[in-house]
Design a protein around this ligand. Structure first.
Ligand code: NAG
Ligand code: NAG
Ligand code: NAG
Ligand code: NAG
Ligand code: NAG
Length: 529
């Protein structure tokens, strides 16, 4: 189900949407109820104004919008380059605010993020997070509050802490948090059950969580982007908390936070924090934009976190399989010498992993593909990730391989497990060209992989047997996709297999092989110097 949703963008005409990589004002917008999205330039000016409105600080030294934000409005000359530069300059909006203030950044089409600083307290019963303003600024507050609200609620913001803001259908399923700034009449009226001395980051693991693409794209990467600069001195407070998610990603979470995560609705205690960030920042598909990060962190830094996280488990898996191998060798002790040599030779071959699917978008001649790859000189492993497959196992397999091959689909998210400099060949079925590049091809390049998109020919598609050769389904997939999401889904995604033209594919594989060997030689040459 969720895979489906992520996919909808590629109803778009190819020319209409250059990739959003460089320009975070390019956006994904919901096209009413037609079930698909149009990527277009949003109204830049209204976005800008919106951002200015939402970044007004109510208290502290800045009673209103910070002057730099205002000057931005005036310096805006209509040049989109200039605007893009300004947006970057404001990447850290809300990152340094003073005590007793809230700041919401609602500029992004993908997510809203609010920051509260000072006396922050959770109230799960009312789905709220309160910020009580301190006594020292009481007088100022009084003045503002008399203008704003008799109830002494100085400011009220609502946030759904999930990164698919533009996608109304899924956002409707996400819990909303009320962020309320209040004056504190009597400090004894409220108390803390648990006092934390590090910031909290609030986010939801609802929505499409359950699909590996979404778990990385909408969850883990934004979590890294939003929290890594705290250097693990941060508490995660999770809405729509799932034990299985904590289990599945525990090894990654423990490299992002030193503290146990809190189940916001399950834990009724009042948690107090010196700061709260509600919502996650997100840059683009499966990537990290260093120009928007503290310390210029990149997607490679994210991958380094994965590497640290999976190292212990990958090691123990290796030991297990090593022990198994020894047993096998004992069983065949008579020929063990020869086998040992053969084994060594096999280990020296570059490894290629095929991420295999069955059901739809399977490679129907996978066996022949494996054979060909072995003949070229690869050591081949076929991996079929299931929902329950341990990620460390997949990480271990991909981190130790030079080439990954797979048919476009959520499992391609595992390209994140490949080492930069290795090769990723994505087989692109008919009608998936745009999504294949936007979701996986482009992000893979940004990670530093050598990316090869293998766009199949109509003859390589199982649809070739079902449709007339002149049918638009084969001849012009774009026109079919343009008719609506359900066409893409039912024709191209759910009912298409691939029979690879081995001769055609061989060229790519050879290219990957030569590249890999050249890289290895270069490395050993460097080492021998
Ligand atoms: C800000 O508020 C927190 C929590 O109330 C407090 O511990 C901290 O000392 C305050 N910082 C400043 C600079 O006032
Ligand atoms: C509050 O407002 C009154 C009059 O409106 C003013 O005299 C006073 O200085 C203000 N207090 C502060 C702390 O700004
Ligand atoms: C990040 O990159 C910018 C521009 O390339 C550079 O000026 C800055 O010093 C870098 N910061 C860090 C912490 O490396
Ligand atoms: C991944 O591969 C690199 C290079 O071979 C190695 O240093 C690292 O320990 C591996 N990571 C894991 C988790 O096995
Ligand atoms: C796909 O693989 C699973 C598990 O290996 C198997 O149970 C299922 O029957 C397969 N489906 C098809 C269509 O081959």
């Amino acid at each position: 189900m969720s895979m489906v949703q992520s996919y909808r963008h590629h109803q778009l005409k190819k020319g209409e949407h250059q990739h959003a990589g460089e320009d975070d004002m390019l956006s994904l917008m919901c096209a009413a109820n037609s079930g698909y999205f149009k990527r277009s330039r949003p109204k830049l000016f209204s976005l800008l104004i919106l951002s200015l409105l939402s970044c007004c600080l109510i208290l502290g030294s800045h009673l209103f919008c910070s002057s730099s934000a205002l000057s931005l409005l005036y310096s805006f000359g209509g040049e989109s380059d200039e605007l893009a530069a300004n947006v970057k300059a404001k990447a850290f909006l809300c990152s340094s605010i003073s005590n007793g203030t809230i700041c919401c950044d609602r500029r992004s089409i993908r997510s809203d993020v609010c920051v509260m600083k000072g006396d922050v307290r959770t109230s799960s019963a009312s789905s709220s997070v309160f910020l009580y303003t301190s006594k020292s600024t009481h007088a100022v507050i009084k003045n503002v509050s008399s203008l704003a609200d008799k109830n002494e609620v100085l400011r009220h913001e609502k946030v759904k802490p999930y990164t698919r803001k533009w996608e109304t259908s899924v956002m409707d399923t996400i819990d909303e948090l009320d962020l309320i700034v209040k004056t504190e009449k009597n400090p004894n009226n409220h108390h803390c059950d648990v006092t934390h001395d590090v910031p909290a980051v609030f986010f939801s693991t609802g929505g499409y969580t359950g699909n590996v693409y979404h778990e990385f794209n909408d969850g883990l990467l934004p979590l890294f982007i939003t929290s890594q600069h705290f250097k693990k001195k941060v508490v995660f407070v999770i809405l729509e908390y799932h034990d299985w998610w904590i289990m599945k990603y525990g090894d990654i979470l423990s490299h992002l936070s030193d503290y146990p995560a809190i189940d916001f609705s399950g834990d009724k205690r009042t948690h107090c924090f010196p700061e709260a960030i509600v919502g996650l920042r997100i840059h683009d598909e499966l990537t990290v934009d260093p120009s928007l990060m503290h310390g210029n962190k990149t997607i490679v830094d994210f991958r380094n976190v994965l590497d640290l996280a999976y190292l212990p488990r990958v090691k123990s898996l290796l030991e297990e399989s090593g022990a198994q191998e020894k047993l096998n060798q004992k069983a065949h002790s008579s020929s063990s010498d020869i086998r040992g040599e053969v084994h060594d030779a096999t280990l020296k071959r570059p490894k290629l992993v095929i991420l295999s699917r069955n059901g739809s978008r399977a490679i129907t001649n996978e066996d022949l593909l494996v054979k060909m790859a072995e003949e070229i000189g690869f050591q081949v492993e076929v991996l079929r990730p299931e929902r329950t497959t341990e990620l460390a196992r997949i990480y271990g397999a991909l981190n130790s391989s030079e080439v990954m091959i797979g048919v476009h689909g959520a499992a391609m998210t595992h390209f994140l497990f490949m080492r930069p400099g290795s090769v990723f060949i994505q087989v692109i079925p008919l009608g998936t060209e745009w999504a294949a590049d936007a979701y996986y091809g482009e992000p893979a390049r940004k990670l530093g992989l050598k990316y090869i998109g293998y766009q199949i020919l109509p003859r390589e598609s199982s649809l070739y047997d079902k449709y007339d050769r002149n049918d638009p389904v084969l001849r012009d997939p774009q026109s079919v996709s343009d008719k609506g999401w359900q066409y893409t889904k039912s024709i191209y995604l759910d009912n298409q297999n691939v029979r690879i033209n081995l001769r055609r594919f061989q060229k790519r594989l050879l290219r990957a092989y030569i590249y890999t060997i050249a890289k290895k030689n270069r490395r050993s040459h460097l080492q021998s110097q």
